[in-house]
Design a protein around this ligand. Structure first.
Ligand code: ATP
Ligand code: MG
Length: 660
């Protein structure tokens, strides 16, 4: 990896001139104004201490940051709080018990509204139930659930009693559960009989049963009944949620824990390889999750209806479904299923039904909606929307503009939020009432965050230059370590550049100093001595009206070092037209990239494909495409959604025409 970028800084090929000023009305009433940048720049720690006071502390912290033993940070270390109290009880105490916390929409169409008062009762009962099952402060609990309210309740119940949760995405196999249960040494697993996916019940408990056949130490499995499917039952170990939770008292006194008490372990998505168990703690994490949710979405809890489409199995679901929104007293939508069940307009139907005002989703979803066609969202009333967010991958400028026009009606600001499982909360993003946005750019570090782009020698690149994205100062929601492996924590994030956190991503600064994410540095291509980012070539391809999605990789090439190989998914109408004869289209796409970015970035090969290899969180796995393009055996495929995708792509490759 790294060495690739050493000869030359990352080429800066893409020019994007479009600008969108913040809507005047939003700017006039924005939660956060430009003053926050100045305030944080003049006193960063004072700024975060102030944000920490947005929470309710049992013991107010007097310390802000302890960085005496880097890279092991402590934030607000002498403060004590209960995270679940902050997310639930305090809103009820403030008289907001009747406010809806969660509008749950099941895939089959069932729905439930859960108020903050009801959530408090349910979390309290679940906390008692976990205690009855022997869970104590400091223990770990694995959570393997569908997207139902009990998933959030389970997480909050753990937080309430000081047990760390480790959520395992409900689409993962028994192997992934076993590995994570073992790594975290979990005492209890919370699961469900199943959940609804793609129009039918999809079992979850069998995978837990299989996993627990292989690992020791789990004393109980707590099972929510969702689908009513038959489940195998291990007497003495398995307990129905409704049997044990419902008979508990709804009164539960939350204990205050140290700010640095572990809150959760979460494994990264596994785009680049084996997932890492990231540890987050309580006070700093909640401070930044809550502050960024308030600032970046301009949340007005009295009137907004917020919807984050992520799964609770990913960090986005942790920080922006559970902790950030609930700490802020938000009303949110939680949806169980897939975007195309029972029809491709399901998301827009939900926006219309609940009057969603803030929508947070991922580029992979946006590109899928582009592929399905503009006419689908056009059938629904999306006029309630006022802020749109994106996270997970670089968003191609054309997908950004499509999102703005077709979903945001040309009026909603888009916040492209860069962050990672490791950062715990958003780090680089526009502010909707402040920033004049640029399609495809995450733009500026948020107030209180220090990020920049450096070259191989750790020198900050000038505006217009590219290199490595680094975080130069500790931040409240930063990971504290890799669970059980401090050395790996130091080696993975803190050893590439002295004293700074290296995120693994490439980035550039434009002439205004705004940051553009360019994809992972491992994926950067070296073509005839030029470092070219995957993102820029992909964005050029997606800017062609016939392309919905693209993935490019550098494959070894005798003459140029690496040659650019592009895999493209065509938009619905173009795919039908191209049926049979793709030569003309391929030539047009190569020329289009050449014309947009310059001849150096012209792909050697362009392959139309039906699907791309993605992680279960929807991110493109370029390393597998590189393996295919170089005729190698595929690397680790355990985090891949659908392995048949790779055989389809492999079958295409040898037949593809190769040109100059
Ligand atoms: P692993 O670390 O196991 O390979 P992962 O990096 O995909 O998995 P996550 O923590 O879920 O796991 O993803 C964080 C990464 O997602 C970032 O490092 C970046 O590459 C990408 N990313 C997230 N948001 C954005 C964004 N707004 N723009 C560009 N890239 C983004
Ligand atoms: Mg990562």
């Amino acid at each position: 990896m790294g060495d690739v970028v050493s000869n030359e800084s990352l080429a800066n090929l893409l020019k994007e001139e479009r600008r969108f000023a913040p809507p005047a009305e939003l700017a006039a009433q924005a939660n956060v104004t430009a003053a926050a940048y100045e305030q944080a720049a003049s006193d960063r720690l004072g700024f975060w201490a102030e944000q920490a006071r947005r929470l309710s502390w049992a013991t107010e912290p007097t310390e802000t940051l302890d960085w005496s033993n880097p890279p092991f940070a402590k934030w607000f270390a002498d403060g004590k709080l209960n995270v679940a109290y902050n997310c639930v009880d305090r809103h009820v105490e403030a008289g907001l018990g009747d406010r809806v916390a969660i509008h749950f929409e099941g895939e089959p169409g069932d729905s439930r509204a859960i108020t903050y008062a009801q959530l408090k009762d349910e979390v309290s009962r679940a906390a008692h139930a976990l205690a009855e099952l022997g869970v104590r402060k400091g223990d770990r609990v694995a959570v393997y659930m569908p997207m139902i309210p009990e998933a959030a309740v389970a997480m909050l119940a753990c937080a309430r009693i000081g047990a760390a949760h480790s959520v395992v995405f409900g689409g993962f196999s028994a192997d992934a559960i076993a590995a994570r249960v073992q790594d975290a040494d979990a005492k209890v697993v919370i699961t469900a009989d199943g959940g609804y996916r793609r129009g039918k019940p999809s079992a979850l408990k069998p995978a837990v049963d299989e996993a627990l056949g292989r690992v020791e130490g789990v004393e109980h499995v707590l099972v929510v009944r969702r689908t009513g499917q038959d489940v195998a039952w291990t007497e003495g170990r398995d307990v129905w949620w409704h049997e044990i939770v419902e008979r508990q008292s709804a009164e539960h006194t939350p204990e205050a824990f140290d700010a640095e008490h572990p809150l959760f372990i979460l494994y990264t998505s596994g785009t680049t390889g084996k997932p890492k168990g990231i540890l987050h703690t309580s006070g700093g994490y909640l401070t930044q999750a809550a502050y960024t949710h308030h600032a970046v979405f301009d949340l007005k809890p009295e009137t907004d209806v917020y919807w984050c489409t992520a799964d609770i199995g990913w960090v986005t679901g942790h920080s922006y479904i559970v902790y950030g929104p609930l700490a802020n007293g938000a009303t949110q939508v939680m949806y169980e299923g897939t975007p195309d069940t029972p029809h491709q307009g399901r998301f827009w139907e939900i926006v219309q039904k609940y009057g969603v005002t803030i929508l947070y989703t991922a580029p992979t979803a946006i590109r899928t909606f582009m592929k399905w066609g503009d006419d689908i969202p056009a059938k629904f009333d999306l006029s309630s929307l006022r802020v749109l967010g994106s996270v997970g991958e670089p968003i191609n400028p054309e997908a950004w503009v499509w999102y703005r026009e077709n979903i945001g009606g040309g009026r909603c600001p888009i916040v492209d939020t860069w962050w990672q499982t490791e950062t715990g909360a958003m780090m680089i993003s526009p502010l909707p009432g402040v920033t004049a946005t640029k399609p495809g750019s995450a733009q500026r570090p948020l107030p209180g965050i220090s990020a920049t782009v450096v070259d191989d020698e750790a020198r900050e690149v000038p505006d217009g230059g590219g290199g490595y994205l680094v975080l130069t100062e500790p931040w409240p929601s930063m990971l504290r370590t890799i669970w059980g492996d401090d050395q790996r924590f130091v080696d993975t994030y803190w050893s590439r550049f002295e004293g700074v956190y290296f995120a693994g991503d490439g980035a550039k600064k434009d002439d205004d100093g705004d940051i553009w994410l360019l994809g992972r540095v491992d994926d950067v291509m070296l073509v005839s001595g030029h470092n070219i980012s995957t993102t820029e070539v992909e964005s050029a391809l997606v800017s062609h009206p016939k392309v919905a999605e693209a993935a490019v990789v550098g494959a070894a090439d005798e003459t140029t070092g690496q040659a650019i190989v592009a895999f493209v998914i065509l938009r619905g109408h173009a795919a039908a037209e191209a049926e049979g004869d793709t030569d003309a289209l391929v030539a047009a796409l190569r020329d289009h990239v050449g014309a947009t970015l310059g001849p150096i970035a012209k792909p050697k090969r362009v392959l139309p494909v039906a699907e791309l290899p993605k992680t279960r969180s929807g991110k493109i796995m370029r390393r597998l495409l590189r393996d295919v393009a170089e005729n190698r055996e595929l690397g680790d495929v355990t985090t891949l959604t659908d392995s048949s995708v790779m055989s389809l792509i492999q079958a295409k490759l040898p037949a593809a025409p190769s040109e100059d």
